[in-house]
Design a protein around this ligand. Sequence first.
Ligand code: T4K
Length: 369
Amino acid sequence: MSDKPVYVTQPYLPPLEEFIPYLEKIWESKTLTNGGPMHQQLEKELCEYLGVEHIALFNNGTIALLTALQALRVTGEVITTPYSFVATAHSLLWNGLQPVFVDIDPNTFNLDATKVEAAITSKTTAIMPVHCYGFSCDVEAIQTIADNYNLKVIYDAAHAFAVKDVGGSILRYGDLSVLSFHATKVFNTFEGGAIICPDAKTKKRIEQLKNFGYVDEVTVVAPGINGKMSEINAAFGLLQLKHIDKAIIRRKEISRRYTEALQDVKGIKVVAPPSGIEANCSYFPILITEEYTLSRDALYQKLKVNNIFSRRYFYPLISDFSMYRSMSSSAKENLPVANDVASKVLCLPIYPTLEDSAVDEVISIILNV
Ligand code: T4K
């Protein structure tokens, strides 16, 4: 049994002394928030690092999702996935929008593009897919449908920091992509988030919406919100960026170690990212099938008594929570793949400071039950 708890994730924290000079600068400038120098610098460095044109920083990913929907003036019904963190669908309800759940693809666990068209009605104005675990959606197929029906596409890309395909960052797809920089994410600013947008005009609108709708001292053009990232969060982001490459390399090593040990185990299915994707290894999901010695929940408990805290992301499905359950698209018959995957999935611990010995212990428990 592990002597210290092993969690599904732990934030990467650079050496504390490296953060002090950033704090000194903030103390000197006395600018704590409202788009100060750290904020501006982080925007610039993130655009370079991610290879995107425009980014608007936020205090968290959920407020960024809410704002993205406002920025594109989305109304009526929005097609989305039930297999995600609740924030995805909550952002729709908070905007008075109707989520319409569509089943997921059995390989990527993302919105099944072949089922989207059947869910479109005269009220549909947008699609909100999720790049779950940083596994990219079928972006081409989704865009074709969006173009045919004149729908907006907002990607919940909370898990997709630094994920690339052959053409570059997958954050370039859709009308907008929304990132989370929460403590549990590959790149964190304690709390934080961002919207990636294609043009300066959209970014301007997003900037207004995240600052109460202010355009200048005396003009308010929309009922905006306070979505601003503070200087201290931005400063931490700047420091994190210096360490991010080695953090992702370590995640990849852990992912390889798990994969080699578990890929041929009867009843365990290692879920690999789609081909052609440079993954960020933000999560390490496996499926526990009927052929395994224990049920998924029994394995989850078994790991827990050994001080290893895996997580069942994403069980329960969003569509099973009380505020969504009565919606017609939440019916189990409408979502067979999502229900099946949610009953089998287990995310194993993966984070940069996780030691090989801890990974081996997780593996050994799974192999020796
Ligand atoms: N869309 C998607 C697809 C998302 O996954 C999320 C967030 C969002 C939107 C919304 O973005 P934000 O508004 O959060 O920026 C966690 C996170 O709170 C949540 O951000 C994340 N998704 C979700 C998938 O996971 P919990 O309830 O599982 O977190 P918690 O507190 O149980 O943390 C998990 C483990 O991480 C802990 O057992 C220990 C470790 N941990 C956690 C924190 C917060 C630490 O070591 N240090 C920490 O500070 O939701």
